[in-house]
Design a protein around this ligand. Structure first.
Ligand SMILES: [Ca+2]
Ligand SMILES: [Ca+2]
Length: 257
């Protein structure tokens, strides 16, 4: 009797063991991967720190990452960690002093992986030994409208600068779409002004690092590329200051370049 019970327990034990290893095998496919590894001093003590971006990689879509986080390790073992996003595609990291306090900061851009090909941007600094997020500058606020005779105008509210575009090279298409009738606008219509397509670190004032963003403006549809608007931002006294804007009209023959 005693022997039989022992056997039963043993069988149960082995069954549980194999059930456990099945669970383990499923979890292992979601293991955390190191996507990037950098060395730089981001704490201001003159000693290099190790900077990692880690994430879980999806089995089905290898490009898609889940639970992406930033992990910084100091030489003495102190760790600073923060989640970046629940999902995204391969991030890139740039390490420069962006808020001009003499200590390197971390700027990360990561494609969302959606069909719009947008990216998310994150800026982190270590302040009083704590990893703290600095918000990136908001995209420019731009009012826009089509005008008669295949023209359009925009006004950048941030610095109140206006620009006019001549789009005669698209006249035929606009007429066939019914946007214009004999050069006259059919009804009031706005252009499509998007958020940042890119946002990158660049020297924006003398030797000072800041961010430069590019926003696209489209006309009647998402292939009707009208202009690229560049904005340069400097982080000054805890706020983003708009240094300059640059507008570049896209000619029809340049589209897609
Ligand atoms: Ca350090
Ligand atoms: Ca800094």
């Amino acid at each position: 009797m005693k022997k039989e019970m022992l056997f039963a327990f043993a069988a149960f034990f082995f069954m549980s063991l194999s059930a456990l290893s099945v669970v383990n095998a499923v979890e292992e496919t979601n293991e955390i991967k190191i996507l990037s590894e950098e060395s730089a001093d981001v704490t201001g003590d003159g000693i290099e720190d190790s900077i990692y971006i880690k994430a879980e990689q999806s089995d089905i879509d290898k490009k898609l990452l889940r639970n992406i986080f930033l992990h910084i390790e100091e030489k003495d073992g102190k760790v600073h960690k923060t989640p970046l996003d629940e999902s995204g595609e391969k991030p890139s990291i740039d390490i420069k002093d962006v808020n001009n306090d003499g200590v390197n900061d971390l700027f990360i851009s990561m494609p969302t992986g959606g069909s719009e090909q947008l990216s998310n941007f994150y800026l982190y600094t270590i302040e009083d030994e704590k990893l703290t997020e600095i918000s990136v500058p908001e995209p420019l606020v731009i009012q826009s409208e089509f005008l008669n005779h295949y023209k359009a105008k925009i006004n950048i509210e941030n610095n109140n600068k206006s620009y006019k575009f001549n789009m005669k090279d698209r006249a035929k298409e606009y007429e066939s779409l019914g946007v214009y009738y004999d050069g006259m606008l059919n009804e009031p219509m706005e252009l499509m002004v998007l958020a940042y397509d890119t946002l990158e670190l660049a020297k924006v004032k003398g030797n000072k690092w800041g961010l430069v963003g590019i926003q696209n403006i489209y006309g009647t549809h998402e292939e009707d590329h009208i202009a690229k608007i560049e904005s340069s931002w400097l982080h000054h006294k805890g706020e983003w200051k708009l240094i300059k804007t640059k507008v570049k009209q896209v000619k029809k023959e340049d589209e897609g370049k």
